[in-house]
Design a protein around this ligand. Structure first.
Ligand code: FES
Length: 115
């Protein structure tokens, strides 16, 4: 089971288990289930309130679910992705570090989520 470590400068760091391969558990869903106070509003990839930075804690490449077009577009609006980044995501299938917690699906990998 992957471990998700949530870190915030003003809150205690907390590490929780996530169900691997469910294909439905977003970072935000896991955070809410574990009372991690990530900010959110729309929960639908529209507002950007849930912006987080994700880092792999495994040695293997990051496996978080790739951002959808909707998530990519909002991250670009927020200045967290460039067109070059988007090309790399699409060609190399490597997710970017900045994600929307309400959109990112957790995969079988230990990650650090900074919120
Ligand atoms: S809560 Fe609005 S984009 Fe995630």
């Amino acid at each position: 089971m992957p471990l998700v470590t949530f870190s915030h400068p003003e809150h205690k760091t907390k590490t929780v288990y996530a169900t691997a391969g469910s294909h439905i558990d977003t970072v935000l869903k896991i955070a809410k289930a574990n009372k991690i106070p990530i900010n959110f509003d729309c929960q639908d990839g529209e507002c950007g309130t849930c912006l987080v930075k994700v880092t792999s804690l495994d040695k293997k490449a990051r496996m978080g679910g790739p951002p959808t077009e909707k998530e990519r577009n909002l991250l670009k609006q927020l200045g967290k992705l460039t067109d070059g980044d988007i090309s790399r995501i699409l060609v190399d299938d490597i997710p970017p570090p900045w994600r929307l917690a309400c959109q990112m699906i957790v995969r079988d990998e230990d990650i650090l989520v900074e919120y």
